[in-house]
Ligand binder design. Structure first.
Ligand SMILES: O=P(O)(O)O[C@H]1O[C@H](CO)[C@@H](O)[C@H]1O
Ligand SMILES: O=c1cc[nH]c(=O)[nH]1
Length: 292
Protein backbone atom coordinates (compact mmCIF):
# COMPACT_ATOMS: atom_id res chain seq x y z
CA UNK A 1 0.00 0.00 0.00
CA UNK A 2 1.19 3.53 -0.78
CA UNK A 3 2.72 5.43 2.15
CA UNK A 4 2.26 2.48 4.49
CA UNK A 5 4.41 2.94 7.62
CA UNK A 6 5.79 -0.47 8.57
CA UNK A 7 5.61 -2.25 11.94
CA UNK A 8 9.33 -1.65 12.49
CA UNK A 9 9.33 2.00 11.41
CA UNK A 10 6.56 2.86 13.84
CA UNK A 11 6.46 0.27 16.61
CA UNK A 12 3.31 -0.13 18.69
CA UNK A 13 2.96 -2.08 21.92
CA UNK A 14 0.72 -5.16 22.01
CA UNK A 15 -2.16 -2.99 23.25
CA UNK A 16 -1.69 -0.60 20.30
CA UNK A 17 -0.04 2.24 22.26
CA UNK A 18 3.11 4.08 21.12
CA UNK A 19 6.22 1.98 21.83
CA UNK A 20 8.11 4.13 24.35
CA UNK A 21 5.67 6.72 25.61
CA UNK A 22 2.96 4.08 26.01
CA UNK A 23 0.09 6.40 25.04
CA UNK A 24 -2.98 6.21 22.81
CA UNK A 25 -4.11 9.11 20.59
CA UNK A 26 -7.02 10.06 22.87
CA UNK A 27 -4.64 10.41 25.83
CA UNK A 28 -2.71 13.33 24.30
CA UNK A 29 -3.84 16.98 24.47
CA UNK A 30 -3.02 19.56 21.80
CA UNK A 31 -0.98 21.49 24.36
CA UNK A 32 2.01 19.49 25.58
CA UNK A 33 4.37 20.48 28.38
CA UNK A 34 7.70 18.64 28.34
CA UNK A 35 9.90 18.39 31.43
CA UNK A 36 13.13 16.50 31.85
CA UNK A 37 12.57 15.11 35.33
CA UNK A 38 9.88 12.45 35.84
CA UNK A 39 9.13 13.86 39.30
CA UNK A 40 8.39 17.28 37.74
CA UNK A 41 5.35 15.83 35.94
CA UNK A 42 3.33 15.66 39.17
CA UNK A 43 4.62 19.10 40.16
CA UNK A 44 2.90 20.41 37.02
CA UNK A 45 -0.25 18.28 37.14
CA UNK A 46 -0.94 19.08 40.81
CA UNK A 47 -2.11 22.45 39.44
CA UNK A 48 -4.66 20.78 37.12
CA UNK A 49 -8.34 20.99 38.14
CA UNK A 50 -8.81 17.43 36.94
CA UNK A 51 -6.37 14.67 35.90
CA UNK A 52 -7.83 12.15 33.44
CA UNK A 53 -4.75 10.02 32.68
CA UNK A 54 -1.59 9.05 34.54
CA UNK A 55 0.70 6.68 32.67
CA UNK A 56 4.38 5.92 32.45
CA UNK A 57 7.05 3.72 30.92
CA UNK A 58 10.80 4.10 31.44
CA UNK A 59 11.53 7.83 31.89
CA UNK A 60 8.42 8.85 29.97
CA UNK A 61 5.77 9.71 32.58
CA UNK A 62 2.59 11.38 31.32
CA UNK A 63 -0.32 13.11 33.05
CA UNK A 64 -3.17 14.58 30.98
CA UNK A 65 -5.81 16.81 32.51
CA UNK A 66 -7.50 20.19 32.45
CA UNK A 67 -7.15 23.63 33.94
CA UNK A 68 -10.56 25.18 33.35
CA UNK A 69 -11.39 24.37 29.73
CA UNK A 70 -7.73 24.00 28.71
CA UNK A 71 -6.64 20.40 28.19
CA UNK A 72 -2.94 19.87 28.82
CA UNK A 73 -0.59 16.89 28.65
CA UNK A 74 2.62 16.98 30.69
CA UNK A 75 5.25 14.40 29.76
CA UNK A 76 8.78 13.78 31.01
CA UNK A 77 11.47 13.29 28.38
CA UNK A 78 14.41 12.40 30.58
CA UNK A 79 17.71 14.01 29.64
CA UNK A 80 19.02 14.70 26.15
CA UNK A 81 17.97 15.06 22.53
CA UNK A 82 18.11 11.29 21.91
CA UNK A 83 15.00 11.15 24.12
CA UNK A 84 13.51 14.15 22.32
CA UNK A 85 13.74 12.13 19.08
CA UNK A 86 11.57 9.45 20.70
CA UNK A 87 9.05 11.71 22.43
CA UNK A 88 8.41 14.10 19.54
CA UNK A 89 8.17 11.40 16.87
CA UNK A 90 5.81 9.31 19.00
CA UNK A 91 3.62 12.29 20.00
CA UNK A 92 3.44 13.29 16.34
CA UNK A 93 2.54 9.74 15.32
CA UNK A 94 -0.32 9.70 17.84
CA UNK A 95 -1.89 12.85 16.41
CA UNK A 96 -0.95 12.64 12.72
CA UNK A 97 -0.91 8.94 11.81
CA UNK A 98 -3.86 6.59 11.63
CA UNK A 99 -2.49 3.73 13.75
CA UNK A 100 -4.95 1.22 12.24
CA UNK A 101 -4.14 1.85 8.57
CA UNK A 102 -0.56 3.02 9.33
CA UNK A 103 -0.92 5.95 6.95
CA UNK A 104 -0.52 9.67 7.52
CA UNK A 105 -3.78 11.53 8.21
CA UNK A 106 -4.95 13.86 5.43
CA UNK A 107 -5.49 16.65 8.00
CA UNK A 108 -2.32 17.27 10.01
CA UNK A 109 -2.48 18.57 13.57
CA UNK A 110 -0.03 21.14 14.93
CA UNK A 111 0.73 20.66 18.62
CA UNK A 112 1.91 23.37 21.01
CA UNK A 113 5.02 21.93 22.69
CA UNK A 114 6.20 23.86 25.76
CA UNK A 115 9.41 22.86 27.56
CA UNK A 116 9.84 23.81 31.23
CA UNK A 117 13.42 22.91 32.07
CA UNK A 118 16.43 23.90 34.11
CA UNK A 119 19.47 25.59 32.62
CA UNK A 120 22.83 27.26 33.25
CA UNK A 121 23.52 30.86 32.17
CA UNK A 122 26.68 31.79 30.27
CA UNK A 123 26.24 35.57 30.71
CA UNK A 124 26.84 37.32 34.05
CA UNK A 125 23.68 39.44 33.69
CA UNK A 126 21.33 36.46 33.26
CA UNK A 127 20.36 36.16 36.89
CA UNK A 128 19.95 33.04 38.97
CA UNK A 129 16.36 31.95 39.68
CA UNK A 130 14.91 33.81 36.67
CA UNK A 131 12.96 32.48 33.70
CA UNK A 132 14.53 32.84 30.25
CA UNK A 133 12.98 31.95 26.90
CA UNK A 134 15.00 30.37 24.09
CA UNK A 135 14.31 32.45 20.97
CA UNK A 136 16.40 29.87 19.13
CA UNK A 137 19.02 27.23 19.84
CA UNK A 138 22.31 26.00 18.49
CA UNK A 139 22.50 22.23 18.83
CA UNK A 140 25.94 20.83 19.57
CA UNK A 141 24.36 17.37 19.68
CA UNK A 142 23.96 15.47 16.37
CA UNK A 143 20.18 14.94 16.28
CA UNK A 144 19.08 17.34 13.56
CA UNK A 145 21.84 16.26 11.16
CA UNK A 146 19.65 13.18 10.57
CA UNK A 147 16.58 15.21 9.59
CA UNK A 148 15.81 17.60 6.75
CA UNK A 149 16.12 21.02 8.22
CA UNK A 150 16.00 24.10 6.01
CA UNK A 151 16.98 27.56 7.27
CA UNK A 152 16.15 31.08 6.12
CA UNK A 153 19.08 33.04 4.67
CA UNK A 154 19.24 35.05 7.90
CA UNK A 155 19.36 31.94 10.10
CA UNK A 156 21.89 30.23 7.82
CA UNK A 157 24.15 33.29 8.11
CA UNK A 158 23.81 33.24 11.91
CA UNK A 159 24.73 29.55 11.99
CA UNK A 160 27.70 30.16 9.70
CA UNK A 161 28.92 32.98 11.98
CA UNK A 162 28.69 30.64 14.98
CA UNK A 163 30.58 27.88 13.15
CA UNK A 164 33.36 30.35 12.35
CA UNK A 165 33.54 31.39 16.03
CA UNK A 166 34.24 27.82 17.17
CA UNK A 167 37.90 26.72 17.09
CA UNK A 168 38.38 24.09 14.35
CA UNK A 169 40.16 21.81 16.83
CA UNK A 170 36.87 21.32 18.74
CA UNK A 171 35.47 19.41 15.73
CA UNK A 172 31.92 20.52 16.51
CA UNK A 173 29.17 20.68 13.90
CA UNK A 174 26.36 22.88 15.24
CA UNK A 175 22.86 23.19 13.84
CA UNK A 176 20.32 25.94 14.41
CA UNK A 177 16.59 25.86 15.11
CA UNK A 178 14.08 28.54 16.15
CA UNK A 179 11.17 28.72 18.57
CA UNK A 180 7.64 28.76 17.19
CA UNK A 181 6.82 32.39 16.50
CA UNK A 182 3.16 32.05 17.50
CA UNK A 183 4.12 30.69 20.94
CA UNK A 184 6.78 33.37 21.42
CA UNK A 185 4.10 35.96 20.63
CA UNK A 186 1.37 34.51 22.85
CA UNK A 187 3.35 33.22 25.85
CA UNK A 188 6.55 35.18 26.18
CA UNK A 189 6.61 38.72 24.79
CA UNK A 190 7.68 40.17 28.15
CA UNK A 191 10.35 37.64 29.18
CA UNK A 192 14.10 37.87 28.57
CA UNK A 193 15.19 35.88 25.53
CA UNK A 194 18.38 34.56 24.07
CA UNK A 195 19.97 31.83 22.02
CA UNK A 196 20.31 28.57 23.93
CA UNK A 197 23.08 26.04 23.49
CA UNK A 198 21.86 22.46 23.56
CA UNK A 199 24.78 20.31 24.65
CA UNK A 200 25.20 16.54 24.23
CA UNK A 201 26.33 16.20 27.86
CA UNK A 202 26.33 17.98 31.20
CA UNK A 203 30.01 18.10 32.13
CA UNK A 204 32.75 18.80 29.56
CA UNK A 205 30.19 19.43 26.77
CA UNK A 206 28.97 22.33 28.94
CA UNK A 207 32.48 23.53 29.76
CA UNK A 208 32.59 21.91 33.20
CA UNK A 209 35.95 20.75 34.51
CA UNK A 210 35.85 18.01 37.12
CA UNK A 211 38.46 15.28 36.55
CA UNK A 212 38.16 14.25 32.88
CA UNK A 213 40.56 16.11 30.59
CA UNK A 214 38.85 18.49 28.18
CA UNK A 215 39.51 18.81 24.43
CA UNK A 216 37.50 22.07 24.31
CA UNK A 217 39.18 24.18 27.02
CA UNK A 218 37.76 27.60 26.07
CA UNK A 219 34.24 26.41 25.26
CA UNK A 220 32.44 28.63 27.78
CA UNK A 221 34.24 31.79 26.73
CA UNK A 222 33.66 31.00 23.03
CA UNK A 223 29.93 30.74 23.75
CA UNK A 224 29.88 33.75 26.03
CA UNK A 225 31.64 36.06 23.55
CA UNK A 226 29.68 35.06 20.43
CA UNK A 227 27.33 37.73 19.12
CA UNK A 228 25.67 38.52 15.82
CA UNK A 229 23.76 41.79 15.57
CA UNK A 230 21.85 42.03 18.86
CA UNK A 231 21.77 38.26 19.33
CA UNK A 232 23.87 36.44 21.88
CA UNK A 233 24.09 33.07 23.57
CA UNK A 234 22.50 33.16 27.01
CA UNK A 235 22.33 29.63 28.40
CA UNK A 236 23.13 25.93 28.23
CA UNK A 237 20.87 22.91 28.54
CA UNK A 238 20.29 19.59 26.78
CA UNK A 239 16.97 19.43 24.83
CA UNK A 240 15.85 22.72 23.29
CA UNK A 241 17.56 22.58 19.86
CA UNK A 242 16.22 19.09 19.25
CA UNK A 243 12.70 20.11 20.28
CA UNK A 244 12.80 23.20 18.05
CA UNK A 245 14.32 21.36 15.09
CA UNK A 246 11.95 18.39 15.16
CA UNK A 247 8.90 20.56 15.89
CA UNK A 248 9.75 22.66 12.82
CA UNK A 249 10.27 19.55 10.67
CA UNK A 250 6.93 18.06 11.78
CA UNK A 251 4.89 21.29 11.67
CA UNK A 252 4.42 21.84 15.41
CA UNK A 253 4.98 24.99 17.48
CA UNK A 254 7.55 24.82 20.27
CA UNK A 255 8.87 27.10 22.99
CA UNK A 256 11.44 26.45 25.71
CA UNK A 257 11.30 28.10 29.13
CA UNK A 258 14.58 27.84 31.03
CA UNK A 259 14.71 28.14 34.80
CA UNK A 260 18.21 29.51 35.42
CA UNK A 261 19.67 27.45 38.27
CA UNK A 262 23.37 27.98 37.58
CA UNK A 263 25.38 30.97 36.46
CA UNK A 264 28.60 29.70 34.91
CA UNK A 265 30.26 33.13 34.93
CA UNK A 266 29.64 34.00 38.58
CA UNK A 267 29.91 30.29 39.47
CA UNK A 268 26.79 30.37 41.60
CA UNK A 269 24.07 27.73 41.90
CA UNK A 270 20.51 28.40 43.08
CA UNK A 271 19.94 28.08 46.80
CA UNK A 272 16.29 27.13 46.22
CA UNK A 273 15.93 25.17 42.97
CA UNK A 274 12.67 23.46 43.87
CA UNK A 275 11.01 26.70 44.99
CA UNK A 276 12.07 28.49 41.82
CA UNK A 277 10.88 25.61 39.65
CA UNK A 278 7.50 25.64 41.44
CA UNK A 279 7.13 29.40 40.83
CA UNK A 280 8.14 28.96 37.19
CA UNK A 281 5.64 26.13 36.64
CA UNK A 282 2.83 28.31 38.08
CA UNK A 283 3.91 31.23 35.90
CA UNK A 284 4.05 29.16 32.69
CA UNK A 285 0.68 27.52 33.43
CA UNK A 286 -0.86 30.97 33.94
CA UNK A 287 0.59 32.10 30.63
CA UNK A 288 -0.84 29.01 28.89
CA UNK A 289 -4.31 29.27 30.42
CA UNK A 290 -4.54 33.04 29.84
CA UNK A 291 -3.37 32.79 26.23
CA UNK A 292 -6.52 31.56 24.42
O1 LIG B 1 15.70 20.13 34.13
P1 LIG B 1 15.65 19.44 32.82
O2 LIG B 1 14.31 19.64 32.15
O3 LIG B 1 16.03 17.98 32.87
O4 LIG B 1 16.72 20.21 31.88
C1 LIG B 1 18.10 20.34 32.13
O5 LIG B 1 18.59 19.60 33.24
C2 LIG B 1 19.18 18.37 32.80
C3 LIG B 1 20.60 18.29 33.31
O6 LIG B 1 20.66 18.38 34.68
C4 LIG B 1 19.09 18.39 31.28
O7 LIG B 1 17.95 17.65 30.86
C5 LIG B 1 18.95 19.85 30.99
O8 LIG B 1 18.38 20.18 29.74
O1 LIG C 1 24.10 24.15 34.11
C1 LIG C 1 23.08 23.50 33.86
C2 LIG C 1 21.95 23.52 34.71
C3 LIG C 1 20.85 22.76 34.38
N1 LIG C 1 20.87 22.02 33.27
C4 LIG C 1 21.94 21.99 32.43
O2 LIG C 1 21.92 21.28 31.41
N2 LIG C 1 23.01 22.74 32.74
Amino acid sequence: MMNYISETDLILNADGSAYHINLFPHEVADTIITVGDQDRVAEVSKHFDHIEIKKGKREFVTHTGRIGQKRITVISTGIGTDNIDIVLNELDALVNINLDTRTVNSQLKSLDIIRIGTSGAVQADVELDTLLVSSAAFGLDPLMHYYQHSLSAHDAALLQAFKEAIPASYQLCPYYASAGQALLDTLATDLPRGITITAPGFYTPQGRQVRAQTATPQLLSVLQSFSAGNQRITNLEMETAGIYGLATNLGHQAISFNVILANRVTQQFSKQPLVVMEQSIVQVLERITNSK
